[in-house]
Design a protein around this ligand. Structure first.
Ligand code: HEM
Length: 322
């Protein structure tokens, strides 16, 4: 090959690489020509549901998290099946809001059939839910495509447990390309939402062979939790942030941790390490940098293992592959 021929080959290869990389990137304007009113329709439908039932907002935020941590943000969490992610220990009888996503999808399909992915709807719904609770806006990069595989075993292996230690939380987030800062900031989501009394039983009634109640809990707080979650109650749902009567988007989670008023061991663990403690204290400052940091970490989380370009598919219904 002549040297000019070689140069052209090199230029062509470089161009192909550039195109491939650009293809793999998400952009905020992805639907600008394909379905310009799609993202606004998502916002409108989410708003309607949350106006009727405010507790749906945290549920929608958690759906996006549980989607992204298992096989990347590919809407695998939405697929039905005997052994799908929905059936895993951490998701079954716990994840909520599937009907809201189905409704959003149906309305967006009516506008632009086969264009907007279920995974993008999850990312938009999480942001829109936070806006409804009074949080700060961020731009959602779009262009994800939907996967076709969903396995309970993968959810069990990838979703962090509420009984985790600090180091296992750091490892679990690092595996997804997220830093300790991202982990502490994203955990601030627990300033809203509900949890089952089932998860309080050990901390309240059988912490160890010698101590019944987790000493990390503020005694007044533990007594209040015991009133709401009686021994043997595995079904009642309680608010995770007990410091306010109605959920609002705020940095209260961090002051709860500092005061021994966080509902999970995994929350309490964030202050048991010098790096974690420093971030908790920063988020607890007034004014708090929580809102700005949260949007940035959500954008990072929303990029975990995404399918783009010609990968995957755009599901017609979020619960089944095409
Ligand atoms: C750091 C590791 C995390 C652990 C161990 C954890 C664990 C949990 C558990 C056990 C529940 C209660 C489930 C139930 O009782 O049914 C919960 C609820 C929730 N989590 Fe997390 N979580 C973590 C991180 C996150 C992240 C990163 C987000 C969002 C970005 C998030 C958002 C939520 C929300 C919004 C709820 C309330 C859901 C509802 O009201 O239905 N969590 N989490």
């Amino acid at each position: 090959m002549t040297s000019t021929g070689f140069k052209w080959l090199l230029v062509t290869c470089l161009l192909l690489v550039v195109v491939a990389v650009a293809d793999a990137q998400l952009t905020e304007s992805f639907y600008a020509s394909k379905c310009p009113s799609g993202p606004a329709k998502v916002r409108e439908v989410i708003k309607t549901w949350i106006t009727k039932d405010r507790t749906l907002a945290p549920a929608l935020l958690r759906l996006h998290f549980h989607d992204c941590f298992v096989r990347g943000c590919d809407a695998s969490v939405l697929l039905d099946g005997a052994n799908s992610e929905k059936q895993s220990g951490g998701n079954k009888n716990s994840l909520r809001g599937f009907n809201v996503i189905d409704d959003v999808k149906a309305k967006v399909e009516a506008l632009c059939p086969g264009v907007v992915s279920c995974s993008d709807i999850l990312a938009l719904a999480a942001r829109d839910a936070i806006l409804e609770m009074g949080g700060k806006n961020w731009s959602v990069p779009l262009g994800r495509r939907d996967g076709v595989v969903s396995l309970a075993s993968e959810a069990n292996a990838n979703l962090p447990s509420p009984f985790s230690t600090f180091s296992s939380l750091v490892t679990s987030f690092a595996k997804k390309g997220l830093t300790t800062q991202d982990m502490v900031v994203l955990s601030g989501s627990h300033t809203v939402g509900l949890t089952s009394c089932a998860l309080q039983q050990t901390r309240l009634y059988s912490f160890s062979s010698s101590v019944k109640t987790d000493p990390a809990l503020d005694p007044t707080f533990a007594a209040s939790l015991k009133k709401q979650c009686k021994q043997g109650d595995f079904t009642t749902k309680i608010k995770m942030d007990q410091s306010k009567p109605v959920d609002t988007w705020d940095p209260n989670y961090y002051s709860n941790i500092i005061r021994g008023r966080a509902v999970f061991t995994s929350d309490d663990q964030l202050k048991r390490n010098p790096t974690g403690l420093k971030i908790v204290q920063q988020m607890n400052r007034s004014p708090s940098p929580f809102n700005d940091n949260f949007g940035a970490s959500m954008v990072k989380m929303g990029k975990i293992g995404v399918l783009t370009g010609t990968q995957g598919q755009i599901r017609k219904k979020c619960t089944v592959k095409n």
